[in-house]
Design a protein. Structure first.
Length: 231
């Protein structure tokens, strides 16, 4: 998993944040749950924070893992407890405010997804915004105000419209284009814009083309977010 490649084992996680409940954003959650549990040397709870509906998703994942859990408990004599998950379904507002860590959630526009969130993470004088899948909206504007880094799923409408499949073209309805993400960053006074979860999958060697589009609308730093990119 990319988490391990980034130098963080699942057992090191205290919490997982979900922006919304589309399959491409949650399908690895079962692996995180399993690995966090099996690698823990004592009963340890992992927090899963997300929009309304997150409890149902986690319950479904645990139901799917039921036989796997049974097999692992039977195999390891020192493993005498099952996965421990604390699901916290949150609404827009302050999610965490502990010491020098503050996390704020805001509603995003990924309709017809009826509950989607972006998050602003504040720590040690630095601010990072993870927007997830969304069109430009007031919630993202609020989160991004003065942020150091803004991470946004982006879409190239010109390329998507070349694909002769209406269901793929429909993705334009609820994702920010590169231009829109750059305009949001400029309006909010963001320091760095990270283009991630690019749609469609970029052709090899085309990263600078995506970045150049963003730079027409935003004067700050623009990073093409590939897996394992460090900001």
């Amino acid at each position: 998993m990319r988490l391990v490649a980034a130098g963080t084992l699942p057992v090191m996680l205290e919490a997982v944040f979900l922006t919304h409940l589309h399959s491409d954003h949650i399908c690895d959650l079962n692996d995180v749950i399993t690995t966090h549990w099996v690698m823990s040397q004592q009963p340890t709870t992992m927090v899963v924070i997300g929009p309304p509906g997150t409890s149902r998703v986690v319950d479904g994942a645990l139901a799917m893992l039921e036989q796997d859990i049974t097999f692992r408990l039977a195999h390891h004599a020192d493993l005498t407890w099952g996965p421990r998950i604390d699901v916290q379904e949150v609404q827009p507002g302050v999610v965490i405010d502990e010491g020098d860590v503050r996390v704020v959630a805001a509603a995003t526009d990924h309709r017809p997804v009826d509950s989607s969130l972006g998050y602003r993470f504040e720590h040690d004088g630095r601010t990072l915004v993870v927007a997830g899948d969304t069109l430009p909206c007031s919630g993202i504007d609020e989160l991004c105000a003065g942020a150091d880094v803004y991470i946004q799923t982006v879409l190239r409408e010109d390329l998507v419209r070349l694909v002769p499949a209406q269901r793929f073209v429909d993705t334009i309805d609820y994702h920010s284009t590169v231009e829109q993400a750059a305009e949001t960053a400029a309006k909010a006074g963001v320091g760095t814009l990270v283009l991630t979860h690019q749609i469609p999958t970029p052709a090899p060697g085309s990263a600078e083309e995506w970045v150049a589009i963003a730079r027409r609308h935003f004067d700050g730093d623009v990073i093409f977010g590939e897996d394992l990119t460090k900001v």
